[in-house]
Design a binder for this molecule. Structure first.
Ligand SMILES: [Zn+2]
Ligand SMILES: [Zn+2]
Ligand SMILES: [Zn+2]
Length: 325
């Protein structure tokens, strides 16, 4: 997937260390959500500074493609090109997509899917078939020819749903902002239900998680993306609320009444529980459905003009041939 070679060669820490993350969660929550046992003890990481995982959130180096995407000017980004390329890629290879009935109905209606459903479908297809292709021998490998259980003989026969180099990374980055990481989501739900989990149930991806985002304030508001309208609290009201909470925190920090640390912690909790999704239209993006409508109109206009031109030239040829007779 979209992990650049540089990220790996620089030996940067892109993911959390499991031991350190478990301890950090206990610190943040003020209690342990974990059950312990053989193979899932809570311990200090034995590798210390030599550990390949990050011990603190600040140590995690964000992947360059995710960083680029997060900081890109969405008002200028060509989402129509992205949409068209995804559609082309799926159309080109959908007849080769076998052995998974979940995709069938969606593939029959891809022209009707909105951008969000389309890019999610592309993500699921690419994940499923690229993974499958790795399990099947290549044509020139010295294996005896036998059909894989999936119905493919060679790895090359499996559709990969590749996009152009220019669009692969942005698409992976875009699709992760749409979805919440299921592992992290389940962890949070279990915590609320007071159901204990093990250290193997936590996701170490954080801001580099491939499965999705971990926080609402990293997640894209898809209604806003498509239509420019949504039911989220307005940015103005949201900012007001967060500002007033921050003012209260500064007040407690200055005046230090009894139990001020408790009060500050409660306010900090309230801030982190009051998150708002990302709205691209607030960055100046025109809602996608309007962009698509305009694009389709443009195409129609061009086709009409072309037809008029064609009719004109047919007319000319007709006149010339009449004159000749
Ligand atoms: Zn470690
Ligand atoms: Zn995750
Ligand atoms: Zn919204």
């Amino acid at each position: 997937m979209a992990t650049s070679r540089n990220d790996i060669h620089n030996n940067k820490k892109n993911l959390y260390c499991r031991d350190a993350r478990a301890n950090e969660i206990i610190r943040i929550l003020g209690e342990s959500p974990f059950k312990t046992g053989k193979g899932y003890h809570i311990r200090e990481c034995p590798y210390g500074t030599e550990c390949k995982g990050a011990h603190r959130k600040e140590e995690i180096q964000i992947y360059s493609h995710i960083y680029k995407w997060n900081n890109l000017d969405k008002s200028k980004y060509d989402f129509i090109k992205m949409y068209n390329e995804i559609l082309d890629s799926i159309n080109k290879e959908k007849n080769k997509a076998r052995s998974n009935n979940d995709f069938k109905i969606k593939l029959e209606n891809i022209n009707k899917l909105n951008f969000i459903d389309l890019i999610n479908l592309w993500h699921d297809l690419a994940c499923f078939y690229r993974k499958l292709a790795k399990k099947i021998p290549k044509k020139n490998a010295n294996y005896s020819e036998s059909m894989h259980i999936s119905g493919y003989t060679y790895s090359e026969d499996v559709p990969k749903f590749y996009l152009s180099e220019e669009l692969e990374d942005p698409c992976w980055s875009m699709v992760r902002t749409i979805n919440m990481c299921a592992v992290h989501q389940t962890f949070k739900e279990n915590y609320l239900k007071k159901q204990k989990v093990t250290i193997w149930d936590i996701c170490l991806g954080d801001k580099n998680c491939k499965e999705g985002v971990h926080n609402i304030n990293e997640q894209l508001c898809t209604e806003d993306f498509l239509n420019g309208k949504c039911t989220c609290v307005s940015k103005e009201d949201y900012d007001k609320k967060i500002n007033s909470l921050n003012e209260k925190i500064s007040y407690y920090e200055k005046n230090k009444p009894n139990s001020y640390q408790n009060k500050i912690n409660n306010l900090l909790n309230e801030i982190s529980n009051n998150q708002r999704k990302i709205h691209y239209t607030e960055e100046g993006m025109i809602p996608f459905n309007i962009q698509l409508e305009n694009y389709k109109k443009e195409i129609e206009e061009k086709e009409k003009e072309q037809k008029i031109e064609e009719n004109k030239s047919i007319g000319k040829v007709f006149k010339i041939s009449l004159k000749r007779k």
